[in-house]
Write a protein that binds this ligand. Structure first.
Ligand code: M6R
Length: 604
């Protein structure tokens, strides 16, 4: 949420900062701005292109800071855009997070004669640092942050010390990049890849002073920290479109590769088992748990719901699934022998992180299924599994969701085989999973039918999604995808729930998307479709290849390959994602950057 970038080195800074912002744009795109010491800040509302147009020739200066904003306090206007400066314009900051006591601080500063231009909490922080700055930037930042309550990923630079950047972290990620021609600061390692793979993640409560060829990390109390750089595994190509028109399409088409990467070295097909190195230290605990509590937000939560269905059905493990934004605030009454598993692509989602920390306070085992290596949640869990899905750039999660479902299949195998799943069943699942990338590769060769259907359904204002059992969460995920990238009002229900109220909304203008593969609840789903047809609602069914009966009850059918039931949700997800994508395109929308959203939700 909000992208931060800073550079101090030997090259002209403004093109480097703009390029960094382009990579970070998915974190927020309400407005953007840069500050190069010796110049006034330059800001623009909307995408980075608007800012770039204002900087036709590079500004002089070899250091600077930049920001792309997802608005929290104050409308997305130029005046509210970062960087924010102090009263005299002698220093500037970019900030990600929320200063909770900004109103009190603002009143105090106003009483000292300080005036404000914007409605933002971040400007208060800039002014506060400005009043405390007497030549030692680190000291000013440290004193200001001691007065602040809230979260921050902060980068500060001053006109009279252009070769020094001060950065601090509390709740919002900050990562340093160490390059041969200078050093960088970013909210996300993906923006550093064009310069370096050597990075250092700051922890909460840490500060860093960064110059062209030096960095020093310290704690809030001023203790020096000796941190060694880590190497980012991702390549710069992975954060580029590689010939696809949009990141979302590229990432959907990456599904086969993502599954291969997720299962690589983790599947023992002839033994019908899975091996998850990251969970090995806690294996005994894991296989004797009374209950697993899965926590996530958005798509990650729905992946957790699929996890619940399959872990209970095939591994006999009782599972609860909780929204991060609820779990953290409610009274949890955990069994001592339970564990909390955070599912998260970014590894930075504030509510998921807070839930994890609250589980830790209760001395529960904490686990993670995390895509972003080195992220806060990855570092704070006791043990976990990396997705290896590669960086996900489109705001709507697609390939990470596929990978999360895949990890849940691996986890089900791992735990299931210790809890009574037969070798035969294990082998069947493992063999099916091994073959899945090939099946999806073939499926993705021809997506014309989805494009055609998308054109037809793009004209509706509403849509209802249903599924049963494993496909109930896929219905929810399908409706979320549609809402996110097409702004069509969409709802989702378990198939059997419609007649308990929501069917009242359906008519010829309110279509149904039914996920109805040939499984043990197929007949029940057909009955639900019939009930809907009786209300004249158009029906689009996602069903199994060769299921001719479906054509008799649905107006349109999208066929999917039949796989082992535990894997079927992975396959039904793909046409859901493509449907949303193609409808978004049909409506001429920016599918990679839907309005009002940001990729990584680091505020609460
Ligand atoms: O990074 P996380 O997986 O923790 O993110 C969770 C949600 O914010 C995320 O899945 C969100 O719902 C996406 N926009 C879904 O497409």
């Amino acid at each position: 949420m909000c992208g931060i970038f800073g550079y101090v080195g030997s090259r002209t800074a403004s093109p480097i900062l703009l390029e960094g912002l382009r990579t970070l744009e998915y974190r927020g795109y309400d407005s953007a701005g840069i500050f190069i010491p010796g110049n006034a800040p330059i800001k623009a509302v909307g995408p980075i292109d608007n800012l770039a147009k204002k900087i036709e020739s590079p500004l002089s200066g070899t250091s600077g800071i930049a920001h792309t904003r997802w608005a929290t306090h104050g409308a997305p206007t130029e005046v509210n855009a970062h960087p924010h400066t102090d009263m005299s314009g002698s220093l500037a900051i970019v900030h990600n997070g929320i200063i909770e006591n900004f109103r009190q601080l603002k009143e105090g500063l106003k009483a000292q004669g300080i005036s404000f231009e914007s409605e933002t909490d971040s400007e208060v922080l800039a002014k506060l640092i400005g009043t405390l700055y007497k030549g030692d930037l680190l000291e000013a930042v440290r004193s200001a942050l001691a007065m602040v309550r809230g979260t921050y990923g902060l980068v500060v630079i001053a006109n009279n010390q252009p070769g020094t950047i001060v950065t601090a972290r509390m709740g919002s990620p900050i990562v340093l990049g160490l390059a041969s021609d200078g050093n960088l600061v970013s909210s996300d390692p993906s923006a550093l890849l064009a310069h370096t793979k050597d990075v250092i993640y700051l922890e909460d409560g840490e500060y860093a002073v960064v110059t062209k060829d030096f960095y020093q990390i310290m704690t809030l109390k001023g203790q020096k920290r000796d941190k060694k750089p880590e190497t980012v595994e991702w390549d710069v190509e992975e954060v580029q479109k590689q010939g696809y028109e949009h990141f979302m399409l590229k990432e959907i088409f990456e599904a086969p590769e993502v599954i291969k990467n997720t299962i690589r070295g983790r599947l023992l097909v002839d033994k019908g088992r899975a091996k998850l190195g990251g969970l090995e230290p806690v294996l005994d605990q894991l296989t004797s748990l009374n209950r697993l509590v899965i926590v996530g937000c958005g798509s990650a939560y729905y992946a957790g719901e699929v996890g619940r269905y399959i872990l209970e059905e095939y591994a006999g493990l009782p599972v609860d699934v909780e929204l991060g934004s609820e779990y953290r605030y409610k009274r949890n009454l955990p069994d001592k022998n339970s564990a909390v598993l955070a599912v998260t692509q970014s590894g930075e989602t504030a509510d998921t992180l807070a839930s994890l920390r609250s589980a830790k306070e209760q001395n529960l085992l904490t686990l993670g299924i995390v895509n972003a290596v080195g992220s806060t949640i990855a570092r704070e869990t006791d043990a976990g599994v990396y997705n290896h899905a590669g960086p996900e750039v489109a705001v709507a999660s697609t390939k990470a969701f596929i990978s999360q479902l895949t990890v849940f299949v691996l986890l089900t195998l791992l735990i299931g085989r210790e809890k009574g799943m037969t070798q035969e069943e294990g082998e069947e699942i493992a063999a099916g999973l091994e073959k899945l990338p090939e099946i999806l590769e073939k499926y993705l060769k021809d997506t014309k039918a989805i494009e055609v259907v998308a054109k037809k359904y793009a004209n509706y204002r509403d849509a209802m999604f249903i599924g049963r059992k494993f496909h109930t969460p896929i219905a929810y995920e399908g409706s979320l995808k549609l809402k996110e990238v097409t702004y069509i009002h969409a709802e989702a229900y378990a198939g059997g729930e419609l007649k308990h109220g929501s069917i009242a909304m359906l008519d010829e203008n309110f279509p149904l998307v039914a996920i109805v593969p040939k499984d043990d609840v197929y007949e029940k789903m057909i009955s639900n479709i019939e009930e809907v047809r009786a209300r004249k609602a158009p029906v689009l069914a996602i069903g199994t290849e060769g299921d001719a009966d479906l054509e008799k009850v649905a107006d349109d059918v999208l066929h999917i390959p039949k796989v082992h039931p535990i894997l079927q949700p992975v396959v039904t997800t793909v046409p859901m994602q493509l449907l949303a994508y193609y409808i978004g395109i049909e409506k001429g929308l920016n599918v990679d950057r839907p309005r009002n959203l940001a990729k990584s939700v680091t505020v609460e």
